[in-house]
Design a protein around this ligand. Structure first.
Ligand code: NAD
Length: 495
């Protein structure tokens, strides 16, 4: 493995994301040799920590990966802490001195990755200071990795983008969407473009509808303060779900390269119909969980969660229908749903194929005395917690008479394999070291996603809603089922 050389400056180095995701992912890269001797990490945040304390915290965060004591010490010795208020210009001068020292000590060639693991309101000020205090290097690379959310609507995203683009060119901006780092999302491309059996049918002649479910069994946990200003539409649909829609809907790229894939994804997003507010209300429904019970466990309602307004109008559930106006997808609804406190945690995609033109078995009677009904063929792509795909076909039941029965061909990775496959953040960090932006969101994608989502939000903000409208532990409000039923479909949700 070729060693990558860089200095990481992590803004928000004492935060939850840094501890739960970034340090363990860096350690995985270290263990694999992707980073070795020529890397260093500066953690910055407001707290006054010593390097020694910081290293102790870093060692704590990688404990579950069972490093030997020597490994843990050697890895954590590359970490340095700098107390820093991002609004204070003087602090950037101290940061620059430390960066320069580490650059020389570890021979980093001026390669620099700035990771903003902080609340988005700080992004603008940090990048401005990186330029004004001359922290950016004139040799090596300067890359910026930023966390979601990127703006709160199109206008704020545009403004944030202007601030960032004044300092970094687009090719050096890595907007994280951690779903894009997941193995299975990348496998959507493998399923489509490595299998003629699917790609040749991947259009409105053979596909009836597409169903994308991002279900969470957890509630809002300790993110109430953030979530109650965001809601499911902005937290999940604007980014993760529209990214998945674009990967499913895009045309085959000419080559599997960043520029080609990006161009196709952007075209797919641009083909998604921009609804009027009236259409948005007809095609999108929202929900908020009330009290509920699942497997003998009682859950409080969303409004009773910590840091949530007791009269909150924020949605914890969204379901909707996107229509894609191009030759390939005209007439095929892409249904999406996502929510908290649902029955089961699971991210999956159903590609529901059209029925055969004529059901020649329709007059045959099955064991229960019913006429034989042919269920559609469904290709399900599982993203989490298991990864893989399944295909349901119709076969003949053994025995006298003629009864068809659904057969499920299942290809799912064991928990062990999934556990050993690179974690999303590990992949994304390595991509940023390689300068590969394929699995990050480009501004054109972010901008179009906000245009699509803003209309729904505006329509909702003008209409009253009767929350809560689904019980914790259920699969969401009735309206989410009605949405498909009125088109003659049902959500297909099999374990
Ligand atoms: P956090 O609140 O745990 O950490 C925030 C960090 O910012 C802390 O280190 C804090 O000291 C630092 N900070 C705050 N104000 C500062 C200031 N004025 N100067 C310097 N440092 C300051 O937040 P988090 O959960 O780690 O999230 C960070 C970012 O990542 C957010 O944009 C969030 O939306 C995003 N994100 C987090 C997760 C996650 O799993 N935690 C997942 C996806 C996205």
């Amino acid at each position: 493995m070729n060693e990558k050389i860089a200095l990481f400056t992590i803004f928000g180095g004492t935060g939850d994301l840094a501890k739960r995701k970034l340090y363990p992912s860096l350690f995985r890269l270290y263990r694999k040799g992707s980073i070795a001797e020529h890397f260093a990490v500066i953690g910055t945040a407001r707290r006054d920590w010593s390097d020694e304390h910081y290293r102790e915290i870093v060692r704590e965060t990688i404990k579950d990966l069972n490093p030997t004591p020597e490994e843990a010490d050697a890895f954590s010795s590359h970490f340095y802490y700098q107390a820093h208020d991002v609004n204070d210009s003087e602090h950037y001068d101290t940061l620059k001195r430390l960066s320069d020292t580490l650059n020389d000590k570890y021979e980093l060639g001026g390669n620099h990755i700035y990771y903003l693991a902080m609340a988005p309101q700080f992004f603008g000020t940090i990048v401005q200071h990186l330029k004004s205090q001359a922290i950016l290097t004139d040799n090596g690379f300067d890359r910026l990795v930023i966390e979601k959310p990127f703006g709160a609507d199109y206008d704020s995203a545009y403004q944030l983008n202007e601030e960032i683009r004044a300092v970094f060119p687009e090719k050096d901006i890595f907007r994280i969407d951690h779903y894009l780092g997941k193995e299975m999302i990348q496998n959507i491309s493998a399923i489509r473009f490595a299998n003629n059996i699917f790609e040749s049918q991947w259009n409105n002649r053979y596909i009836d509808n597409v169903q994308i479910t991002f279900a969470e069994s957890l509630g809002v946990e300790d993110r109430g303060g953030y979530y109650d200003h965001s809601g499911a539409l902005k937290d999940m649909v604007q980014n993760h779900i529209l990214q998945v829609v674009s990967l499913l809907a895009m045309e085959p790229p000419v080559a599997f390269s960043e520029a080609e894939i990006r161009a196709e994804k952007v075209k797919a997003l641009q083909a998604i119909r921009l609804y009027s507010e009236e259409e948005a209300l007809a095609n999108f429904v929202r929900g908020q969980y009330g009290q509920g019970k699942l497997d003998d466990q009682e859950f409080v309602s969303y409004r009773e969660e910590p840091n949530v307004d007791e009269h909150s109008q924020i949605e914890t559930f969204v379901a909707g229908k996107f229509l894609i106006d191009n030759f390939r997808w005209s007439g095929v609804p892409f249904y999406i749903r996502t929510g908290k406190r649902l029955t089961e945690k699971g991210t999956r995609i159903n590609i529901v194929f059209k029925q055969v033109p004529v059901n020649v078995f329709k007059d045959d009677i099955d064991k229960c005395g019913e006429k034989t009904d042919l269920p559609p063929n469904v290709l399900t792509i599982y993203i989490q917690p298991t990864e893989g795909f399944s295909m349901t076909l119709n076969g003949k039941e053994i025995g006298q008479g003629f009864t068809t029965t659904p057969v499920k061909l299942d290809y799912r990775h064991s928990a062990e394999t999934t556990g050993n496959s690179p974690e999303a953040y590990e992949k994304l960090l390595l991509d940023s070291l390689n300068g590969d932006g394929t699995n990050f969101s480009h501004w054109d994608e972010v901008a179009q996603s906000w245009r699509i989502v803003d209309i729904i939000r505006q329509a909702w903000d003008k209409t009253a809603v009767d929350f809560p409208n689904y019980a914790a532990g259920s699969m969401g409000p009735e309206t989410a089922f009605d949405l498909l039923e009125k088109d003659g479909f049902t959500w297909d949700w099999q374990p």
